[in-house]
Design a protein around this ligand. Structure first.
Ligand SMILES: NC(=O)c1ccc[n+]([C@@H]2O[C@H](COP(=O)([O-])OP(=O)(O)OC[C@H]3O[C@@H](n4cnc5c(N)ncnc54)[C@H](OP(=O)(O)O)[C@@H]3O)[C@@H](O)[C@H]2O)c1
Length: 293
C-alpha cells in the first residue's frame, strides 16, 4: 500500500502539497445532501486519508450543507500542521437539495464564516470562488464583484489564499488582475479535456490546476481503452485515470472523491504509477466521442 511519503509536491500558493489529495464531497448523503448513511465510515475515510499521507483535502460548507465540514472537524481537529484544507463559496442549497447561486457580499461573507465555524478554524487556507456552471461548462461573465468581496475577506485575515472554480480562461485572466490566484478547479479528466489549453497556461504561470470529477464524477469513467491499459499495467482503471492526470502536467493536483476506505487506498496508490509513453499515447486517444470504444 502507498503511504505517499515519496509523492511529488506542487505549490498551492505558499503551501506545497502532495499531488495526490482527497475530495470530501462524497461524504455527505445522497445528492450531496444531508448526513451520510454511515457517519463512522465517513470519519474513518478521513482519518485513513491523513494516516496514509494525504495533506490536501477539498471541501465546501455547501456539501450537506454543513455536514461534510462537520465530519472533517470531528475526524481530524486539531488538524495536522501540514494539512491544507481548501474550501469553496458561491453557492447555497435549497431545502429540495437544489444548488443556488450565492454571490452577494452577504452570501459570500456568511459562507466564509460558516466554513470557519464548521471546520473549527480562525482562517481558511484556500477559498475557491466557485462560479456557476451547467452541463456545457462554465459561463462567461465578469467575476470582478464577488472576487473583490473575497479579496476583502482575505485582507481581513479570514482567508489566506484565493482560488477560482468553474471558470473560463478569460475569467482567470480577469481574476488574476484583482487578486493573486493560487489554483483553478474545473471539471477535467481523461475523457473531458476542454481545459487542455488552460492547464498548460496555468502551468506556465506556476498556478495549480485541480480537476474535479477526475474519475468521471458520479458516473466513474468507463472505457475499453482505459481497462485494456490498466490490465496491461496490473493496475485498476481508476488508478490509471489518476496516473494519466499526474503525468498530464506537473501543476495538476488530484482530489479524487470517495466514501470508501478501500477506494481511498486504491486511489492514493496511483501516486506510485508512472505511465509509460505508449500508455499515455493510447489514453490520449480517448475522447468523449470514443468513450465506449
Ligand atoms: N468545484 C466544483 O464545482 C466541484 C464539483 C464537483 C466536485 N468537486 C470536488 O472534486 C472532488 C472530486 O470529485 P467527485 O468526488 O465528484 O468525483 P470523482 O472523484 O471523479 O469520482 C467520485 C466517484 O467515483 C467513485 N470512486 C472513487 N474511487 C473509486 C475507485 N477506486 N473505484 C471505483 N469507484 C471509485 C466514488 O464512489 P465511492 O464513494 O463508492 O468510492 C464516486 O462515485 C469532490 O470530492 C469535490 O471536493 C468540486
Amino acid at each position: 500500500m502507498s503511504d505517499l511519503s515519496k509523492a511529488w509536491t506542487y505549490a498551492l500558493g505558499e503551501r506545497a502539497v502532495k499531488r495526490l489529495g482527497y475530495g470530501a464531497m462524497q461524504l455527505a448523503g445522497p445528492h450531496v445532501f444531508g448526513p451520510p448513511k454511515d457517519r463512522d465510515r465517513a470519519v474513518a475515510v478521513l482519518r485513513e486519508a491523513v494516516a496514509i499521507g494525504v495533506d490536501h483535502i477539498d471541501t465546501s460548507d455547501f456539501y450537506g450543507p454543513h455536514v461534510t465540514n462537520q465530519i472533517i472537524r470531528e475526524a481530524l481537529h486539531p488538524y495536522p500542521d501540514d494539512l491544507v484544507i481548501v474550501t469553496k463559496i458561491g453557492a447555497k442549497r435549497g431545502p429540495d437539495a437544489s444548488w443556488q447561486p450565492a454571490f452577494s457580499a452577504d452570501d459570500l461573507t456568511r459562507a466564509v464564516h460558516d466554513n470557519l465555524h464548521n471546520l473549527g478554524l480562525d482562517a481558511l487556507d484556500v477559498v475557491n470562488l466557485r462560479i456557476m456552471f451547467d452541463a456545457r461548462g462554465p459561463a462567461e461573465g465578469s467575476i470582478a464583484a464577488p472576487l473583490a468581496v473575497l479579496a476583502d475577506l482575505q485582507r481581513q485575515g479570514l482567508v489566506r489564499q484565493i482560488g477560482l472554480s468553474n471558470v473560463t480562461a478569460r475569467q482567470v485572466a480577469e481574476g488574476r488582475g484583482i487578486a493573486p490566484i493560487v489554483c483553478v478547479q474545473n471539471a477535467y479528466n481523461l475523457a473531458h479535456r476542454e481545459d487542455d489549453a488552460l492547464v498548460d497556461e496555468l502551468a506556465a504561470a506556476g498556478i495549480a490546476y485541480v480537476p474535479f470529477f477526475p474519475l468521471g464524477g458520479f458516473n466513474p469513467l468507463q472505457s475499453m481503452t482505459l481497462s485494456r491499459v490498466a490490465e496491461r499495467l496490473g493496475a485498476t482503471p481508476m488508478q490509471v485515470a489518476l496516473a494519466w492526470l499526474l503525468r498530464r502536467s506537473p501543476n495538476i493536483l488530484l482530489i479524487p472523491g470517495t466514501s470508501s476506505v478501500e477506494h481511498l487506498r486504491e486511489n492514493v496508490a496511483a501516486a506510485d504509477i508512472t505511465l509509460p509513453d505508449d500508455a499515455m499515447a493510447e489514453l490520449n486517444r480517448i475522447t468523449t466521442a470514443s468513450d465506449a470504444d
